[in-house]
Design a protein around this ligand. Structure first.
Ligand code: SAM
Ligand code: SF4
Ligand code: SF4
Length: 374
């Protein structure tokens, strides 16, 4: 199939239909990219819609009533997602994260979880199946997700102060409901729950110690994420990034902490433990200490484009193959060289890239976080 670039007019981001090799032998198993990184982790965005309007992700001014979200016919069906996931698993993926947008807004998402939970790695192991959510619908869906085979959840929560939290989600959503959802997730066995806090200097950094105090000893693992320049909508500025080093220093001053060894290659968070045994925290330093060297993550967008980096400007249109009648062997044979040719390492290069590039209207647009998933 000749490579063809789909015009931007009918597609939100540039994407090419992958080339299918002339001969399509059975999947060749694990794949390694040009920087020696294996494919291990697939993040699947199940919807581009969200009921929150976090300013760092979907600012209200740009994602208002008139914003055209993807029509339902564009989205990959659960069967299409499961079929693709099976092919990715044959290439080495063992970890799946469902994300979005807000993944719990996708109708009957637990049915997708049930389908994915039947998949096995070539060694016969179940997948590590997780989901990232803003928590707004989690209390009522936690049991169904657990029953469907979800292993764990990550809940995003940026503040304990109700006013600060309502301002950050920008839809006046109360913090108490998210805290209840975290408790419920732990009750039904979707733990240990990870809690993600995006730290914006001057907006919620005064909540760091309070958040740590709240989750210490609770069984939940709090992770502080540096505010990232993802997408092109959030008006990111470096002076709003609070480096993880500073987060750790503030926590050290309050509680004793010591660093922990990484559990797995490619782990995004650097882990620390409270010396009094009250559990651990993590810091994700995507801006100040890039971790591209071990990045083993691929991302599948809501309508089936494969992105190799959170900061990519262009995807690979796997939906065109699914809906164009390609066999599993053909799709699998198309996926392998995409990963093998990967050399993305945006965060390592970030400081060397001119910021004016972002203001250049003609430059290719980076994908938005709500579309590609976190
Ligand atoms: N809606 C779900 C949620 O908020 O958990 C899942 C999707 S959201 C895009 C995934 C994660 O990305 C969340 O933890 C969110 O806080 C994080 N995120 C979004 N924009 C970000 C940014 N500019 N910098 C750092 N993290 C960001
Ligand atoms: Fe929605 Fe999650 Fe983005 Fe917030 S971070 S706007 S909850 S997708
Ligand atoms: Fe991976 Fe791209 Fe993030 Fe680097 S910038 S860690 S390559 S997603």
């Amino acid at each position: 199939m000749p490579e063809r670039v789909i015009p931007l007019a009918d597609q939100r981001y540039a994407a090419a239909v992958p080339r299918i090799p002339e001969s399509t032998p059975p999947p060749t198993g694990r794949v390694i990219d040009r920087l020696g990184r294996p494919l291990r982790d697939l993040r699947i965005s199940v919807t581009d819609r969200c009921n929150f309007r976090c300013s760092y992700c979907m600012p209200k001014e740009l994602f208002g009533k008139d914003y055209a979200f993807l029509p339902h016919s564009s989205l990959l069906s659960f069967e299409e997602i499961t079929r693709l996931t099976r092919l990715f698993v044959a290439h080495g993926v063992g970890k799946i994260r469902l994300t979005g947008g807000e993944p719990l807004l996708r109708k009957n998402v637990e049915e997708l979880v049930a389908q994915l939970s039947t998949l096995r790695t070539p060694e016969g192991k179940p997948l590590d199946l997780t989901l990232t959510t803003n928590g707004s619908l989690l209390a009522r869906k936690a049991q169904a997700l657990k029953d469907a085979g979800l292993a764990r959840v990550t809940v995003s929560l940026d503040a304990l102060d109700d006013m600060v939290f309502r301002r950050m989600n920008d839809v006046d959503f109360p913090v108490a409901d998210v805290l209840r959802a975290i408790d419920r997730a732990m009750e039904v066995g979707l733990g240990p729950v990870k809690v993600n806090m995006v730290v914006k200097r001057g907006t919620n950094d005064h909540e760091i110690v309070r958040m740590a105090r709240h989750f210490r000893g609770s069984g939940a693992v709090l992770r502080f994420i540096e505010y990232m320049d993802v997408g092109a909508s959030n008006g990111w500025r470096m002076d709003e990034v609070l480096p993880s080093k500073e987060v750790i220093a503030r926590l050290q001053a309050e509680f004793g902490l010591e660093p922990l060894q990484a559990q797995a290659v490619g782990e995004t968070a650097q882990r620390w433990r409270y010396m009094d045994g009250a559990g651990e925290i993590g810091v994700i330093s995507s801006v100040t200490q890039a971790f591209c060297r071990d990045c083993n993550r691929a991302r599948l967008s809501t309508e089936g484009k494969l992105f190799l980096c959170l900061f990519a400007t262009r995807g690979h249109d796997l939906r065109a193959l699914l809906r164009g009648g390609c066999s599993d062997e053909q799709i699998s044979a198309a996926i392998a060289p995409i990963w093998q040719q990967r050399d993305d390492r945006y965060s390592e290069l970030r400081s060397a890239l001119p910021r004016e590039h972002d203001a250049d209207a003609a430059a290719p647009k980076r994908v938005e976080m709500h579309y590609i998933g976190g």
